[in-house]
Each structure stands twice: as structure tokens, then as C-alpha cells.
Design a protein around this ligand. Structure first.
Ligand code: TIU
Length: 242
């Protein structure tokens, strides 16, 4: 049975500021706000004046880790930033902010901007959630604020989060900071995150891993895939299994 493989129950992820051992049964993949409103022209991100093409680079690395997580049975959580149609969960201070071309709730080419149930609010087809995966709708930048994410993670016994999504310095960073204060070990996938501002992406990652990992660890999709790869058992590899 030299070819027999065993799913790895844990793995060591190469990361900065140092490698981290993860038990996959207590680890979840957390994909932040990979929504059309941020990724595609005509959505919230573009109304703020941003070049949405900057975010496309994160899709393939996320898809690769998402596929591996699906194969392994890891808990998968997707988040979406957005508001109720009556804007009752959208603070005026957020709606009135800045000088966007369209405000939250205004009609746009993908429906009302950043409103739940509209086409623009949904997750991009390449990363669309499957039945059984958890989708958390959040009104804020952080995924714990005014959501039941904490309850869900507790229910599944989750201690570690593989975090990716957009944007690095806004919703990813806010969520990692919230998670870190709640006791989760966060491993952020550098190539699975993106920002409208490449320099903010770089600094956002540096802020997480600085000072011995003040908010968490920074790794990438290849390192996580390598750590998750089922290992051929040493007995099988030696041809000695019965
Ligand atoms: N504007 C921006 O960079 N991000 C957001 O408004 N939300 C998220 O990061 N999801």
C-alpha cells in the first residue's frame, strides 16, 4: 500500500514572524467580502473612486485554498459587508461619508449600492459559497461587530483562522484585530488579500506580523496548501504497511 495517503490532521504553516502549527479540526477558512460591490466596476468600491482591477489578483490564491479546504472538510466562512434595504443598520456617519459618485443605498448598475439581496452585494461567481458553508452578513468593516460570527466559531470549536479577502487594510485588518482580541490565532494569506492601494496592502500585512506577530501571522496560499497536503505515511512510504 505504498500509495496510501492519510489526510493530515495538523500541519505546520510557514509564516512570518515564524512557523505556526495548526490543528485543522480547530481551524476555519475565513473569506472576507469577496463581493461584486468591491471587485467589479459599478459597485461600492468604484463609487469611492477606486481602481477595482487592483483586487483581481487575490481570486486565484483564494480559490486554490478554498478548494483544498472543501476537500479537507475544513469549516468555511464567507462574509459580506452590506446593509438592510431600509438602511436601519447603516449609521448616517457611514452613509454620509466622503464624496462618492453613488452613496450606500443609491441605485447602481448592480442594484442598490451595498444593500443585502442586490446583485452587487453577492459574492463573485469564482468563489461562490456552496451549500453548507457559512455566510455572515455584516454591517461594519469587522466581521465580529453586530454578527453571530463569534457564536458560530465557538459552536464549531474553532481556535485558528486562515484569513483572506478584501481589502487588506480595511475589512481584513479590522477583522483580524477583532479576532486577535477574542483569542483567535489569525494566519493571513498575503496573496489571498488585496487592496485598492498596493502600498496599504504591504503595510497592512506588516502591521499584522510586526512585534512578534502583534495581531497574527502572515503566510501565503502556497504555504497553506503545502501544510494541508495529505502526507504519505512513513510506514507506507517505506513499503512496510500491512
Ligand atoms: N473601501 C475599502 O477599501 N474597503 C471596504 O469598504 N470594505 C472592505 O474592505 N470589505
Amino acid at each position: 500500500m505504498a500509495s496510501e495517503k492519510y489526510p493530515a490532521s495538523s500541519g505546520t504553516v510557514a509564516a512570518e514572524p515564524g512557523p505556526i502549527d495548526l490543528d485543522w479540526s480547530t481551524t476555519a477558512l475565513l473569506i472576507i467580502d469577496m463581493q461584486r460591490d468591491f471587485m467589479e466596476p459599478g459597485g461600492f468600491g468604484e463609487t469611492l473612486g477606486n481602481d477595482v482591477s487592483q483586487l483581481a489578483r487575490a481570486v486565484k490564491p483564494i480559490a486554490a485554498v478554498l478548494n483544498a479546504a472543501r476537500d479537507s472538510g475544513m469549516l468555511i466562512v464567507h462574509t459580506r459587508e452590506g446593509h438592510l434595504p431600509d438602511l436601519s443598520d447603516a449609521p448616517p456617519a457611514k452613509v454620509e461619508r466622503g464624496a462618492p459618485s453613488l452613496r450606500i443605498g443609491d441605485p447602481g448598475p448592480m442594484g442598490r449600492i451595498l444593500i443585502r439581496g442586490e446583485a452587487g452585494h453577492d459574492i463573485i461567481p469564482a468563489l461562490y459559497p456552496r451549500d453548507g458553508e457559512i455566510v455572515i452578513d455584516k454591517p461594519g468593516k469587522g466581521a465580529f461587530y453586530a454578527t453571530d460570527l463569534g457564536d458560530v466559531l465557538r459552536q464549531y470549536g474553532i481556535e485558528n483562522l486562515l484569513v483572506c479577502g478584501v481589502t487588506t487594510e480595511v475589512c481584513v485588518n479590522t477583522t483580524v484585530r477583532e479576532a486577535n482580541d477574542r483569542g483567535y490565532r489569525c494566519v493571513v494569506l498575503a496573496d489571498g488579500c488585496a487592496s485598492y492601494f498596493p502600498e496599504f496592502h504591504e503595510m497592512g500585512l506588516q502591521m499584522i506580523k510586526a512585534q512578534g506577530g502583534i495581531f497574527g501571522w502572515v503566510s501565503d496560499s502556497a504555504a497553506v496548501l503545502e501544510a494541508m497536503r495529505p502526507k504519505v505515511s512513513s510506514i507506507s512510504a517505506a513499503g512496510g504497511a500491512r
